[in-house]
Design a protein around this ligand. Structure first.
Ligand code: SAH
Length: 500
């Protein structure tokens, strides 16, 4: 049985602009073929075992030839795989989706087309430009700017475009903007008509440059606007000043590397992006549950958890022989301590309200916070459930107070392979964030001798992570005051305000 091919529009790249159908298909796909202009977060929802094939242009290099992409798609479908062919924007708007659909039809492969939010409309909207507007523009044309208008063979009819009674939106036109504008003017479009260029529309670092048809090419050059960008020509482009609605976040124009494990990175990445940062996801680590016997929590008066991942792994193994395995009720007798709010939240997802969370989210803080609990002498036996490579501060402190402690290593941290391209971008970012000692160790191991670029500012979540950085000869520029994600973001934003 042949698999099916889905020609899916991924939207213009900004967070949240995928359709629900696209999200659903990305999550199910066996194979995903994707291009360059796909938003960072788009592939996050793919299955871990999905085959991800990049078929776009790398940097200024050659793209995978169209025939090869089509052959690959057909071959995977014939092998019975569910294939998602993911394209920026809409697959049928300058996306060669039509050609691919024809090739599939010819090969006898079933396909489905999932429209996407096209860049010309989305980037305009995010810049405050309605492409149609009562009394101003009753039509909109999506035009390729790919062709060099000075060459004779241009398929574009400049007179017709100049006379078009509405808005013109040019895709792929940055290299020829000069000649596009002058050709339109020469063909009779007024030079004083408003025009705007929107670069990386809907991305956190979107930029708009506005002017008139006569000035737009010059302005775009002065601002060194680069692809991807669209150019809007028409009265509606004059609405940018009035309708501009996007708030420029405090991290706009900054690139920030996030080194956390993929499972944990998305919240931090999303929040940084919301503040305007361009996030380089560099998941240098992955956690792997360690096998082991079921854990019966009934003998413990105190259970300490030191990470959200530890919570998930604990519930996987929980079995008191009375309640069903993994049932929260088996924890009812013990007091529960969490190292910080992230861990507390993970427990809350299992219906457990923690009894103890320290003010400082490090093991030492937890020891302090436990003083009172330990003082009444009711804790005879405690369970510390954690990662295999954790420090012994907490179990040592508990033992010193006469508590019998069982330490269970629930999971280990292993390296996640990263491409050279990702590592290079990570090293060159304005900021790099470290949320644990293991992210430091594994990042530096992956980065090898090159280490960090001198210009990158290093943000550490807390003293333990900072110490690990120093052991590797790196002095963090900033250490978060609050040792959690909120604190880390706060520290970054405060620092960015002081950096030109
Ligand atoms: N199928 C896509 C277009 C692909 S052609 C769609 O429907 O959007 C590629 C061109 O799209 C780029 O050269 C640029 O002009 C435009 N483009 C794509 N993403 C963009 C973005 N986020 N902001 C501005 N223009 C974008």
């Amino acid at each position: 049985m042949n698999g099916r091919v889905y020609l899916v529009g991924a939207g213009p790249g900004g967070p949240g602009l995928l359709t629900a159908r696209a999200v659903e298909l990305i999550a199910k796909a066996d194979t995903i073929l994707y291009d360059r202009l796909i938003g960072e977060q788009t592939l996050e929802g793919a299955r871990v075992d999905a085959e991800l094939l990049f078929v776009g242009k790398q940097g200024g290099g050659e793209a995978v030839p169209q025939e090869q992409t089509q052959a690959l798609m057909i071959e995977r479908a014939r092998a019975g795989r569910e294939v998602v062919r993911l394209k920026g924007g809409d697959p049928f708007v300058f996306g060669r989706g039509g050609e691919e659909a024809l090739a599939l039809r010819e090969a006898g492969i079933d396909f489905e087309v999932v429209p996407g939010v096209t860049a010309g409309v989305a980037a305009s909207a995010y810049a405050g430009i309605p492409v149609t507007h009562r009394g101003m523009s009753t039509a909109v044309a999506l035009v390729t700017g790919h062709e060099d208008p000075s060459k004779g063979e241009s398929e574009l009819d400049w007179r017709a475009l100049a006379a078009f009674p509405g808005t013109l939106v040019f895709y792929m036109g940055m290299r020829h903007l000069d000649r596009i504008a002058s050709s339109l003017i020469a063909a009779g479009r007024p030079a004083e008509q408003p025009a705007a260029v929107v670069e990386r529309g809907t991305f956190p670092d979107q930029r708009t440059v506005a002017g008139t048809l006569g000035t737009i090419a010059e302005r775009a050059r002065a601002e060194s606007v680069k692809a991807p960008a669209i150019t809007v020509v028409g009265e509606v482009a004059g609405l940018v000043d009035e309708l501009q609605w996007r708030v420029v976040g405090p991290l706009a124009g900054r690139t920030v590397t996030v080194t956390r494990a993929r499972e944990r990175a998305s919240e931090l990445a999303r929040r940084l992006a919301e503040l305007g940062a361009t996030v380089v996801q560099t998941p240098v680590i992955r956690t792997r549950a360690l096998p082991g016997p079921p854990i019966d929590p009934s003998p413990y008066e105190l259970i300490c958890l030191t990470s959200p991942n530890g919570v998930d792994c604990l519930f996987e193994r929980l079995d008191d022989g009375i309640h069903p395995p993994g049932d929260s009720r088996s924890l009812a007798k013990a007091r529960i301590a969490a190292i910080g709010p992230g861990t507390a939240r993970a427990l809350a997802e299992h219906g457990i309200e923690v009894d103890i969370v320290p003010e400082r989210f490090v093991a030492e803080g937890l020891v302090e916070a436990l003083e009172q609990t330990l003082a009444d002498g009711k804790v005879g036996r405690a369970l510390v459930a954690r990662a295999s490579e954790a420090r012994d501060v907490l179990p040592d402190a508990l033992r010193k107070r006469g508590v019998e402690v069982d330490v269970v290593a629930l999971y280990e941290t292993v390296a996640e392979p990263l491409s050279d391209g990702v590592l290079a971008r990570a090293r060159e970012a304005d900021y790099i964030t470290f949320t644990s000692s293991s992210t430091v160790r594994f990042f530096l191991e992956a980065a090898g001798e090159k280490g960090l670029s001198g210009a990158t500012r290093v943000i550490s979540i807390g003293p333990v992570t900072s110490e690990t950085l120093r052991e590797h000869g790196i002095e963090p520029h900033v250490e978060a005051e609050r040792h959690d994600i909120d604190g880390l973001i706060q520290a970054l934003v405060t620092d960015a305000a002081t950096q030109a």
